[in-house]
Every structure is written in structure tokens, then in C-alpha cells.
Ligand binder design. Sequence first.
Ligand SMILES: [Fe+2]
Length: 229
Amino acid sequence: MNRAINEFVAMADVRDMYMAHTMLRREFRLLTQAVRNVAPGNIKQASVVGAHIHLVCGILHLHHEGEDLVLWPLLLERGGQETAAIVPTMEEQHLVIHRAYDEVTGLLPGWRATGRGGEKLTGALERLLTGLVKHLALEEKEILPLAEKYVTAAEWNQLAEHGFAKSAKSTLPLTFGMAMYEADSELIKDLLAQAPPPARVIMLLLGPRLYAARAKRVYGTPTPPRIGA
Ligand SMILES: [Fe+2]
């Protein structure tokens, strides 16, 4: 992008990406342990934990799909050698993570229905978590500074819009509450600034309560350990 244009165009504010990454790292780490904690044959708890795995896997899928469709092409188009050196690594890491993701989503229905086969599911979640932690750290170190440099704020917002458009609307307050759990209040205020007042109230009041209730059922506490950024 032309430097002269950059002076007049708001560029990407990437703080929401750190918020999403913190949520994904925390939830997959906690979920791996939550599956371990379900006694074989405990269908009731497998179904509770399984529903949360299903939700968080869906969020991860949309998060990566948005990057594949919106972010990588923009960076490759604008960043020359600088982005050509790192974007293919990001794409490869997405493939590795999604192999483990496919394993998890393949094993999930059977485990949810029977409470059996938890070891295999835990193994797949561990592989997913290992790939994800490595990928998110590299993305934060190498990609986010490039996004701030080459991607406009309007283009960046397409990532969140992609997620909103393809999510079931009923899941949004819980998802937002889960994302808010470790986010700073300034960022939350900025993210909700454009939302209509009723949506703002729903997200701020209902979101954290829904997450606390979900965490209590899945992890046994309404305040699961924070992992920090
Ligand atoms: Fe990301």
C-alpha cells in the first residue's frame, strides 16, 4: 500500500487478535484437562464438556478460516518479501492444527454419547493444543506487526465480521463473555463502541454470567485459571 495513503487511513488495531488467542489457548488447555477428569462412562459430564469442545472448535475453525480468506491474501499482496517469508509457514501451521482438529471433531460425537474413548480424545486435544500454542506465538511475533503495517482497520474488521456472519447468533453472548474474561476494560469498551445499545448491554451483562455458568459446569469453577496474554 502507498505510504501516502497510509497517513490518512486508519490501520489495523490488532488488540482483538490477542484477546481471541488468549481465549483459545486457555479454553483448549482447560478442555484437555476437563476431558481427562471425566470418569469413563459418565455420559452426563461428557455431554457437558463435549458441548463446550464443539463450541470452541467452531470458534477456532472460523478464526482460521477468516485468516485464510482475508488476512493471508492481503499480506501477500502488500508486503512483498517481508510477508512472503512468513505467510506460507502460517498456512502450513493451519494445516497441522486442522489435522488434529479433524481428529478431535471425529472422536467427539462418540465420546459425548458414551463417555468412552476419552484417552484418544485427550491425545488429539493435546496435539491440537501443541500446534496451536506454537502457531499463535509465531503469529503474534511475526504477523501482527505486519498486519498493523499493511492492513487497514476496515479490512481487519472483516475478520471479526466473518466470524459473526457464520456463527449461530445464540452463541455470541457466551462467546463474547469467554473472550472478555481476560481482556482489558479499555479494549472491551472500544469493541462495543459501535454496537447498538441493547447489544452492548447484553454482551456486557449477560456474556460474563453465561461464561461463568458454563465454566462452572465444564471446569467445576466459575473462575477458571487465567493464562494471561
Ligand atoms: Fe489469529
